[in-house]
Write a protein that binds this ligand. Sequence first.
Ligand code: FES
Ligand SMILES: [Fe+2]
Length: 449
Amino acid sequence: MLRGEANEELSRVGKGTPMGELFRRFWLPALLTSEVEAPDGPPVRLRILGEDLVAFRDSSGRVGLVSAYCSHRLAPLFFGRNEDGGIRCVYHGWKFDAEGRCLETPNVPAGAPDIRDRVGITAYPVREAGGVVWAYLGPKEHEPRFPGLEYAHVPPGHAFAARWLQRTNWSQGLEGEIDSSHISWLHRDFDRDTTKQKVTGAQLSADAAPHIELRQTDYGLVYGARRDHEGQYLWRVTQLILPMFSLIPRGPGAFAAGGGRAWVPVDDNCTTVFTFGYRVDHPIDEDELASYYRSGALFPPRTQPGRYQLPDGYVIDTWLPVANKENDYLIDREMQRTANFTGIWGVHDQDRALAENSRGIGGTSPGVADRSFEHLVSSDRAVVTVRRILLNLADALRKGVEPAIVADPELFAVRAISKLSPLAAFDAFMAEYGHEMRASGARAPVPAE
Ligand code: FES
Ligand SMILES: [Fe+2]
C-alpha cells in the first residue's frame, strides 16, 4: 500500500515534482528514428514528462525536439513547414532551428529592433541510437553522458525498436514488469499447440510459483526466478535499470541476443512503451525477427500509427494498439475457456488490459493508480523495493543529491541472462555467472554529441 502523498510522489512527473525531476536526470527514449526519417519531413507531436513538444529532422539531417508552440502568438508548430534548416510557423512565418533559435521573424517591420535573440523556443538535446531518438529534458549543467544500454550501442541493423501508447501512469507499467507472479496467470496458455496465442511466454507457465530472489544493485535491481527443470534449475535473471528500463532474458544458453522495455511518461496519465530487441553477433534478419515474435514478451502488440487526443486536448502522434480499451482488447470468451487464461491475444495486450482498467485515483480507471486500496503480499516484494528505491532517489535529489547512476554510462551496460544450472542459491549463481551479465566487447561508438 502506498498512501496519498507517496503515491502522488511516485507517479507525478511534471516539471518541479520530485519524480519529474528525477526523470529529468536521464536520457529517455522519445520516438523512433523511422518516424522522422526524412530531412524536411513532417513534424511529429510528442508529450514527454508533461511537456508538449514537436520533433523534426532538418535539411541537414539533424533532429530537433522543440516546444510545440511558436513563441510569437503560441501557434502550433506541428502545422509548420519543415524547410531550409528549421521549422517555420505557418501563422506569421517565424522560423526556428533544431536548437530552438529563432532564425527569422518576417512579420517584424524592416527597421524595427531585431528580437530574434529573445524569442527562441525550448529545445532539448537529442541522440540517435538503436533506432530511437533519445532526449534529455533536464538542466543543462546536469546533462549526463549517454547511457551504456547495450541495445543502444550495437551496430546498425543489430537492433529493432517499437513504441506504443499505454493509457496509465508510467509506474503501473514498470510495476507490471517486475511483478513476476502475474506471468504464470495473466500470460498463461492452456495448450501451446492449439492456442491462437502462440506468442506468450508459455514455457514459464509450467512452474507457476518460481522461487524469486532480489538484489539491489548500483544500477537498480536484479532479480532471479528459479524453476525446477529436469533435475537442474532454470534461472531467468531480469534486470531493472533506473529509472524504468527493463532487460528480459531470452531462452537459456550463451548470450547472443537480448532486449527490454522502457516506460517513458507522456504525462501523469499516459505512457509511451518502448520495446527493444538486439543481437550482438550478427544483424537481425527476418528469421530473427520472427523468433522475437515467437518469444512474445518483447515483440510489440499489433499497432497502427495514428493520433491520440489526450484528455486535456493536446494531440500526440503515436502508435495505437489495435486491441484497446474501446473494444475490450478484443477479448474472446471462447478463447478464454479453451486456449488461454484471459481470452486476450498477446502479452502486451494482456498487460495493458489490466493496467488500463485498474482502480485509479478518484475511482476512475485510467491514469494514476490509487495504491491506498492495495493489499500487497510477499510476492510483491520487487514492486515494493522498486517504489522505495525510486522514492528515495527522488527524495535525495530534492535535497541536492544527484542520482549516482547517471554519472557512469557503464552502469547501464548489463544483460539479462537465462541459464540451466545445478546451483540452487542465487548468490552462488551470481558468483558463477555474474560476469556474463556485463555487456562488453560489442560496443559501437557512443552516438555523437
Ligand atoms: S504565431 Fe507563429 S509566427 Fe506568429
Ligand atoms: Fe505481463
